[in-house]
Design a protein around this ligand. Structure first.
Ligand code: ATP
Length: 503
């Protein structure tokens, strides 16, 4: 069977140093990934572009960097301890464990066809879609267990208390208890030192609301932005870095006066949608999908997802819409909850109007890994250069702001002083903070193709004419056109190209 687009992207990502399986030499760890030398640059560029456009280029947004472990009461107030759980279901036919809310919908009572044990060569069976209205995402069977709740937060312990020792000490007592009492006893032992890895960065912004306000630089409407790791013990992980247990988020809480929230919600929905387009994402693979009433979190007044059409494989073929980012109108729910649990007044007093109010919050919450994966998939292209010769090039058409390497520098041949001159060009570009790469091995055409495959927008070649008149060749990745420019001032030339690429 021909390799699908996603398989090709996964292969390229590994071969060229974008994404590796974590702990690969030990057989890997499910849904854990490492970013290689080019991947780390790409992801960093995505995060920098976000920070630049969300914080540095605005006067109404400030940044924050909160700790991953927070006071456990934060998660009580936010509802994560009680409610941050997924409905989990087991398929009795193929044994897949999956999230009920992500399973394919089907009309209850209608017929569903599937294979015995989920095997391709298994007997064809006919079943009925259960009243829950979904079937197993892997085999299509409706023979499913009841839904169970599963907390997604990673728990660990903090401080000198060793819960393991306390459990050992309590073992005799536990032996005489029924299951419920045992669970309660164990929960109380573990609970003494239990802390959690944050499942989202957002709560750090809410609990620092007063700190940010009192440090004096802002008043509503204003935003607090943060980029950092979050952790969720996801049940279903899939498709490279799309859904993993450790991931990075880029979130912003925008505090506004109640009554102006709907306007700001519209503003941020459009702003965030356009951000992906401004970084070259193909508009036909992007959409804004408003949440239906039944999908909305109980505290949210409105929510819309920015979705990307990923080339994931599924039973219907290739391609699937997946969430890149959610923009939610969270009302005053979070500040009010934290006021209630902490006993601190989290509101704003407007001196001019002598009005006190609890701000509403508009939250654009994006994933750095999902965005990086989407930019990688979107950039992937196979271009027929010469049909007769069956010449096809693989090219990553990254926006210059995102490209891991901005400029590659080549000597045409490894003699006549060309390598030294080319290295001089690279050093000058590196000195300007423009990530550049030197390559002298193999035919020049091959070198161009290697750079196309990692998405380098420009290649500079030092050749005989450089020796004669001090000019170099600049080759464009997308058009493959070449032009001559003076060697002198090359740093400024590429600084300008990068600047104008912002649009
Ligand atoms: P999903 O419905 O896909 O589980 P979510 O709605 O729970 O996502 P949010 O809580 O809104 O996600 O988080 C904001 C963003 O963080 C998401 O849009 C996504 O880009 C990213 N994100 C969330 N969970 C993961 C994960 N397990 N792996 C990678 N990125 C994630």
């Amino acid at each position: 069977m021909a390799e699908g687009t996603m398989q090709k992207i996964v292969g390229l990502a590994k071969r060229r140093g974008f994404i590796f399986q974590s702990s690969e030499i030990y057989g890997g760890l499910k849904a854990c990934y490492d970013y290689g030398p080019l991947g780390v640059e790409l992801k960093r560029n995505v995060k920098d572009a976000w920070w630049d456009d969300m914080v540095h280029r605005r006067s109404d947004v400030v940044g924050l960097d909160c700790s991953i472990i927070m006071h456990p009461d934060v998660w009580k107030a936010s509802g994560h301890l009680a409610g941050f759980s997924d409905p989990l279901v087991d398929c009795r036919n193929c044994k897949e464990r999956f999230r009920a809310d992500k399973a394919p919908r089907a009309e209850p009572g209608s017929v569903t066809i599937y294979r015995e044990n989920g095997r391709k060569d298994g007997k064809k069976l006919e079943g009925v879609v259960p009243p829950q209205g979904y079937v197993c995402p892997v085999c299509g069977s409706g023979d499913l267990s009841d839904e169970r709740q599963f907390n997604l937060m990673f728990r660990t312990s903090l401080g000198p208390v060793d819960p393991m020792q306390e459990i050992v000490n309590a073992i005799d007592d536990l032996a005489g208890m029924d299951t419920q009492a045992r669970r309660e006893k164990l929960a109380s032992i573990i609970g003494q030192s239990a802390v959690y890895l944050r499942p989202e960065t957002a709560q750090g912004m809410f609990v620092n609301f007063l700190n940010v306000l009192n440090s004096g630089r802002v008043k509503p409407p204003f935003g607090v932005a943060q980029v950092g790791k979050s952790y969720r013990n996801e049940i279903t992980t899939s498709n490279l870095t799309f859904r993993t247990c450790e991931f990075e988020q880029m979130e912003m809480e925008y505090f506004v006066e109640p009554g102006t929230d709907e306007e700001w919600y519209e503003y941020w929905s459009q702003f965030r949608f356009n951000w992906y387009k401004s970084l070259g994402m193909r508009p036909e693979r992007l959409r804004l999908r408003p949440h239906e009433e039944c999908e909305l979190a109980h505290y949210a007044k409105a929510c819309v997802d920015v979705e990307y059409f990923y080339p994931f494989e599924n039973p219907e073929g290739e391609g699937e819409w997946g969430e890149l980012e959610g923009i939610a109108n969270r009302t005053d729910y979070d500040l009010k909850k934290h006021s209630e649990y902490s006993g601190k007044e989290l509101s704003y007093f407007e001196t001019e109007s002598k009005k006190r109010y609890t701000p509403y919050v508009i939250e654009p919450a994006a994933g750095a890994d999902r965005a990086t994966l989407a930019f990688l998939c979107d950039a992937y292209d196979e271009e027929v250069v010469d049909k007769e010769k069956n010449d096809v090039r693989t090219v990553l058409r990254f926006h210059p702001r995102l490209a891991p390497i901005k400029v590659a520098v080549f000597p045409l041949v490894k003699k006549d002083g060309m390598p030294e001159l080319a290295r001089g060009v690279m050093d000058e570009l590196l000195g300007e903070g423009i990530n550049s790469f030197y390559d002298e091995s193999g035919a020049i055409g091959r070198r161009y193709r290697r750079m196309d495959e990692v998405g380098t927008p420009w290649c500079v070649t030092v050749d005989n004419e450089t020796l004669e008149n001090g000019s170099v060749t600049v080759r464009e990745r997308d058009s493959m056109q070449q032009a001559r420019i003076p060697r002198e001032g090359i740093g400024e030339y590429f600084r300008n190209r990068l600047k104008t690429s912002r649009g």
